[in-house]
Design a protein around this ligand. Structure first.
Ligand SMILES: [Zn+2]
Length: 209
C-alpha cells in the first residue's frame, strides 16, 4: 500500500506537480473567493436517481481554502474548454461521451487542476451511469464535500481540496463495502497507468521527506 506517506506535504507536492506556469503559488489575489455556476443548463432531466450526477452543480465552494490558486484567466489557459467548464464552473460532461467512463486500465486518477491523486482504478466500478464511478476515494483528505440543493434535489458535491476543482457528486447508492458512489466527471481527472503512478509516488514520497 502506498499513498499515505506523502500526505503531510501535500501542499508542497501539489506545487511540485503543478504544470509549468504559475507553479501553484497563492499569489493570485484576483481570484474570486467563491465560485458558483448558474450558467450551465441541466444536461439531463432530473428524476432518475442514477443520473443525478448528470446535473451541473450549484454548490458554493469556498475557494479561499484552496492551496493551489490561479486567476480565472490562468485556469482558462491551463485547461481545455471542457475541463474548464466542468472543473472550474461546476459543469457536467455528457454521459458515455467522456474519456474514462469505460476505462478499465489499472492505475490512478489525479486531479486535472493540481494533479493530486484522487481515485484508484481498484475502487472503480461500472455504475451504468456513463460516468466514471468509484466506491471510495484514494485519499479522503483531497476530497471536499459541499451540500448542493440545486434542481430540487439534495446532493453532495465533491471537489478537490487542494485546488478547488469541481469533481462530481457522491451518492449513497453505491456497492459494498462503502455503499458510496462517487460519480465523477472525466474532465476533472487525468489517468495515470499504474507504473507511472508508482513512479510518481516514489518520486514525491522522497521529496516530501
Ligand atoms: Zn486539484
Amino acid at each position: 500500500m502506498h499513498g499515505v506517506m506523502f500526505l503531510s506535504s501535500f501542499t508542497a507536492m501539489a506545487t511540485l506537480l503543478a504544470p509549468a506556469g504559475g507553479q501553484g503559488k497563492a499569489e493570485d489575489r484576483s481570484s474570486p473567493p467563491l465560485m458558483k455556476s448558474d450558467q450551465f443548463p441541466a444536461s439531463c432531466p432530473p428524476g432518475d436517481q442514477k443520473s443525478a450526477c448528470g446535473l451541473p452543480s450549484k454548490a458554493v465552494i469556498d475557494m479561499g481554502k484552496a492551496k493551489v490558486q490561479h486567476t480565472d484567466a490562468e485556469w482558462r489557459q491551463r485547461l481545455t474548454p471542457e475541463q474548464y467548464a466542468v472543473a472550474r464552473r461546476q459543469g457536467t460532461e455528457p454521459p458515455f461521451r467522456n474519456a474514462y467512463w469505460d476505462n478499465h486500465a489499472d492505475g490512478a486518477y489525479v486531479c486535472v487542476g493540481c494533479h493530486v491523486p484522487l481515485f484508484d482504478s481498484r475502487q472503480k466500478f461500472d455504475s451504468a451511469t456513463g460516468w466514471p464511478s468509484f466506491w471510495q476515494p484514494l485519499e479522503e483528505m483531497f476530497l471536499g464535500e459541499s451540500r448542493d440543493t440545486s434542481y430540487g434535489q439534495i446532493r453532495t458535491e465533491v471537489h478537490c481540496t487542494v485546488c478547488g476543482s469541481h469533481l462530481g457528486h457522491v451518492f449513497d447508492d453505491g456497492p459494498a463495502p462503502t455503499g458510496l458512489r462517487y460519480c465523477i466527471n472525466s474532465a476533472s481527472l487525468v489517468f495515470l497507468p499504474r507504473k507511472d503512478y508508482d513512479a510518481w509516488v516514489a518520486k514525491n514520497s522522497g521529496l516530501a521527506k
